[in-house]
Design a protein around this ligand. Sequence first.
Ligand code: GAR
Length: 202
Amino acid sequence: MTASVAILISGKGTNMKALLDRKESGDLSCEIPFIASDTSKAEGLLLAQAMGIKTEILPYKEKGKEEAERVLDEMCRSHHVQWIVLAGFMRILSPWFVNRWEGKILNIHPALLPSFPGNRAILDAWEYGVKVTGITIHLVDRGMDSGIILAQKAIVIKEEDTLDSLTTKIHETEHDLYWKTLKKAIEGQYSFDGRRAINDSY
Ligand code: GAR
């Protein structure tokens, strides 16, 4: 049976677009019943609609987090969703929601966790002056950016880099690694030894 995957966004949606492109090309085999956003302003919604994917706005603004998550949970269950993929979704999911979907929520983060958690990781790493940063794909747990790491890729910051060039490299790396990691997760290729995810050959 083809896996059903919901994607959550808050902004541009370039990671979402990269996943949709891989689905279209056949590299990633899954159903994507809907894309959901916590805000109607997310640019990615238009991209998804242009690709013929249903979009939903979660009522965070009107009804608050508890109700928005209840709606999301219901939506996922009614579509038999197996994986929830956060692609620039800038909300922390509550313990209630995470418990219900434990081990089934993936997030992408633009730094090498546990360094630079939070919502401005590229800038934080740049301003700190690190020489190596990167990206992380992890399972979501009840903490912030603290779940089990499935994949990471390092990016060397060169003398000639600027914040803009680093941001571009981070995004390109994200777009290449997210679909590969999701594919492995869908195919059940990860096993776990404590916090250690095995089979992270990327
Ligand atoms: C991505 O770089 C993602 O790693 C980051 O937001 C960006 C979303 O871009 N996520 C976080 O910082 C989560 N803490 P996109 O909307 O173009 O995919």
